[in-house]
Design a protein around this ligand. Structure first.
Ligand code: ADP
Ligand code: MG
Ligand code: MG
Length: 856
């Protein structure tokens, strides 16, 4: 196994071994761009390090030393030599995890080197600045000493202090904090640094980041050891970060910031405010021109918007990093579409560039114009990440909870805030520009973000903020716009979600390419029209029981369930029939020529019954029975375990009339539509089936009822009859069931519950430990458990097709809107997925991506 590579031995195809940073540096070297030389310690070596119990093996040591030797020859510099080699030691995993792991600069500095450097640069301020920075970073990253301690020391000693004295005091501090002497030997420094970088793979924030972004924990990080270039040398030196396009709104312009006479992290640390990149045009025009040229080369070479880190040393430009830039969902779509227009990408390539999971953010629209005029503007920061958000102000990440809509307001966000950022609706920072960590992370997550709102003064003790004369307490609502940077008091009303032209075009390409049908789960006309607008091809799941909960309807169904008087029951059923018929008619009419799958009654009847005393009393009046009697009847209907109790098609076995009136309502509504010239496609779906005999029993009753309707109406409609597949037994016997139905729809929520024997509601209490301990990789109710539940799905698909060649199969359930699950459903050959209206776009894009992947 090769553990250490020279830049010239790598390229970007090797990112799995060299990490994103290393692979891209090697690639830039290959195409002749100006980058400082270096070596890369591979992710293989990192995994070996963990296997060996977190120690650097002799083999690795020797390989590093060998390659350092070569690096010394290539650069003409030497560790502790007359021309001292100083290096940065940088972490870089195969997927980008901005700011999550560590980097050490100026390694190689010691009392000997500092003298040699003086001999070359004759610049005490600069040389000792390097030395001090190195001691501080080394202490922070290798020995976990808080950086503030060093900054405080420097402040206390003041500007006048002798520089040698400062270094001596810094080393003293190092000794006090670590109980060890500062290592003078450059090679010892190097191995300690490599060890620390490998270790940073397992630091808390990196782990949280990986969990949120579903990054494999086993991957490991590479380590780049790279010759230093000095942005802090003089006024013609500096450091910067720039995107080849605007990551917030997608505009085609170089977008970024820089600081002259600065090194590395200065730009994101928020100590000095960086300049916008346009200023570089005036300050160092040649450097700016060269940078724009390189930006174009890199974008074309990598066929994506690039996020570039650079340093200028005495008027000469060096690149230190490039990667595909994180961007807002809005920018992602715009850039993908424009790159196709520019001929840079094919449509298929463009489709692969947009993460479908962030698209719902695009649908949150913007503030209503008229409302903005009336709203109270508290202040304005920078537009960090597009979108709008409304929520309660919270000043600390640990107080952000999922239950509440919140906006996290921070002085500046640090990588420790990652969890808070992921849970909040939006983020506001007082300091930091558009390339600060907060903005970068927010854009990656598709979160709205306002940065650099300097007018805010946060009072952490009173938990309030002051802004332009207003005081906002924690828990009060504000509304923020990541388009403009504006912050308003209270809740500013939003416009309806809007499709802009770019998104329309993008979705149209996806629709052309995908194979899977995309339907929606919609119970009301409102939901259905929303989903239709997003491009849903019919309804894959219309839950009838939700109709019952609307307004006064609930009393009719309660009466039907609780009455013991056959005539009363009959009348209630009739009334239910009439209400449902009207509901179905409206939905069919709206959906028109597309399929509508109506699921017959599913939940336990107990769910419909009154719980509060006043409701029970009202029930007594309606049925004219005593309070005790009502309570007794309610008790009788209660299941010990409702999830596995008297529900689903079990209801139709004991009380066939329930499903019969529903079928009648569906067919009559369809006939009414047909008479109006609509080509309706009603499909009736039976939930929770466990076997063929059960299905046949129910089906016989339904068909009898439906035939009666046809006769009465003197008209027929085409309809389909199918089952949900949501018990393991049904999946195991799918071939028998399939002969009796036109379609299967996998109800993967219940199928996950019944297969794993876990309740979705209760499992949240103990599942976190399953993920933390690596027992389960993904949450099975969010992404299908491919190995277990997925195996049953696959089996049922195969058996089902064996039993009935014509059978149609799909999924309804949360998984139908989850990109990873969609990829699985596509692979096993389902015909469609169905998901909530807001997930329809996600599903369309995910289905297109999955098809492109499966095809290749
Ligand atoms: P991160 O992954 O957090 O971006 P990096 O490894 O990219 O960390 O390092 C952060 C910054 O440190 C870089 O953007 C660059 O400004 C500076 N830096 C890293 N290596 C060098 C180097 N060899 N010479 C000069 N500056 C460097
Ligand atoms: Mg970097
Ligand atoms: Mg179900």
């Amino acid at each position: 196994m090769k553990r250490v590579y020279l830049f010239e031995e790598g390229n970007k195809e090797m990112i799995n071994i060299l990490g994103g940073k290393g692979g891209n540096l090697a690639e830039m070297k290959k195409i002749g761009l100006p980058i400082p030389e270096g070596i890369i310690i591979s992710t293989d070596a990192c995994r070996e390090y963990y296997k060996d119990g977190q120690t650097i093996s002799e083999k690795l040591k020797n390989e590093v030393l060998e390659q350092i030797d070569k690096l010394e020859k290539i650069t003409g510099k030497e560790f502790e030599g007359d021309r001292p080699l100083l290096v940065s030691v940088r972490s870089g995993a195969p997927v980008s995890m901005p700011g999550m792991m560590d980097t050490i600069l100026n390694l190689g500095m010691n009392d000997k080197t500092v003298e040699k450097m003086m001999g070359i640069f004759h610049n005490e301020e600069f040389v000792y600045d390097l030395y001090f920075r190195f001691i501080q970073m080394f202490a922070e990253i290798v020995m976990c000493v808080e950086k503030e301690k060093f900054f405080k020391l420097k402040e206390e000693l003041g500007k006048e202090v002798d520089r040698k004295e400062l270094i001596a005091r810094a080393k003293e501090l190092y000794g006090e904090e670590t109980g060890k002497e500062f290592p003078e030997c450059a090679k010892e420094q190097l191995f300690m640094a490599i060890d620390a970088i490998f270790n940073s793979w397992e630091n808390e924030r990196a782990k949280v980041y990986r969990r949120i972004n579903r990054i494999d924990d086993e991957m490991g990080t590479a380590v780049v050891v790279q010759e230093m270039v000095f942005g802090n040398l003089n006024e013609k030196s500096g450091t910067g970060v720039a995107f080849t396009r605007n990551p917030s709104n997608g505009d085609k312009e170089i977008f970024g910031e820089y600081l002259l006479k600065a090194q590395g992290e200065d730009i994101v640390a928020g100590i000095r405010t960086p300049e916008p990149i346009e200023r570089l045009k005036e300050q160092l025009p040649e450097v700016y021109n060269e940078f724009s040229k390189i930006a174009k080369i890199l974008e074309e070479h990598n066929k994506d918007m690039q996020d570039i880190e650079f340093t200028i040393e005495d008027g000469k430009l060096f690149l230190l990093q490039t990667r595909n830039g994180k961007r807002s969902p809005y920018a992602a779509v715009k850039i993908a579409v424009e790159m196709v227009r520019e001929g840079l990408l094919s449509k298929e390539e463009a489709i692969m560039k947009v993460d479908p999971a962030v698209l719902p953010q695009l649908l949150h629209g913007n503030f209503e114009e008229s409302a903005i005029k009336k709203a109270t503007l508290l202040g304005k920061g920078l537009a960090g990440s597009a979108g709008v958000a409304i929520g309660r102000v919270v000043f600390a990440s640990e107080r952000v909870h999922t239950k509440e809509m919140t906006i996290l307001v921070r002085e500046e966000t640090s990588p420790e805030d990652i969890k808070g950022i992921s849970l909040a609706q939006g983020i506001v920072t007082v300091k930091g520009g558009a390339t600060s960590h907060g903005a970068v992370v927010a854009r990656g997550m598709g979160k709205c973000c306002v940065t650099g709102c300097g007018a805010i003064k946060i009072d952490d003790i009173r938990r309030e903020m002051h802004i332009n004369g207003y005081t906002v307490k924690e828990g009060e609502f504000i509304s923020i716009s990541g388009y403009t940077g504006e912050i308003y008091l209270g809740k500013v009303p939003l416009t309806k979600p809007q499709f802009d032209e770019n998104l329309k075009e993008f979705v149209a390409w996806c629709k052309e390419i995908k194979r899977l049908g995309i339907r929606m789960n919609a119970d009301t006309v409102g939901d259905a029209s929303l989903g239709k607008g997003f491009g849903a091809e019919g309804i894959g799941l219309c839950r009838t029981e939700h109709m019952f909960f609307q307004k006064d309807k609930i009393w009719t169904i309660r009466g039907m369930i609780l009455s013991h008087n056959p005539e009363e029951v009959r009348l209630a059923l009739e009334k239910l029939h009439d209400m449902q018929k009207e509901d179905f008619y409206n939905i069919f009419k709206l959906v028109g020529n597309d399929v509508v799958i109506v699921r017959l009654l599913d939940p336990p009847l107990h769910e419909f019954l009154p719980k509060e005393q006043k409701d029970k009393e009202k029930m007594c009046e309606i049925l004219n029975v005593s309070y005790e009697e009502i309570e007794r009847r309610i008790r009788n209907l209660k299941d010990e375990n409702p999830m596995l109790g008297h529900r689903g098609c079990r209801l139709a076995v004991t009380r066939p009339e329930l499903y019969n009136i529903q079928a009648r309502a569906i067919i009559e509504a369809s006939i009414q539509c047909k008479r109006e010239g609509i080509d309706v496609k009603p499909e009736i779906m039976i939930p929770l089936i466990i076997g063929a005999k059960e299905l046949q029993f129910i089906k016989k009753n339904l068909i009898k009822e439906i035939e009666r309707v046809f006769e009465g109406e003197r008209m027929r409609v085409d309809y389909k009859l199918g089952t949900m597949m949501e018990t393991p037994r049904a999946c195991l016997l799918a071939d028998e069931i399939a002969t009796d139905v036109d379609f299967f729809s996998f109800g993967t929520n219940d199928l996950t519950q019944t297969t794993m024997g876990l309740s979705r509601d209760d499992s949240v209490k103990f599942m976190p430990e399953y993920y933390e301990n690596g027992i389960l990789k993904v949450e099975p109710f969010a992404t299908i458990d491919e190995r277990g539940v997925g195996k049953l799905v696959k089996l049922a698909v195969e058996l089902g097709r064996k039993g009935n060649k014509e059978i149609e199969m799909g999924v309804c359930g949360e998984h139908g809107g989850d990109p990873k699950s969609i990829e699985f459903f596509d692979r096993v050959g389902l015909n469609y997925v169905s998901c909530s209206p807001f997930r329809v776009l996600v599903a369309i894009v995910a289905a297109a991506q999955s098809h492109i992947l499966n095809k290749n």
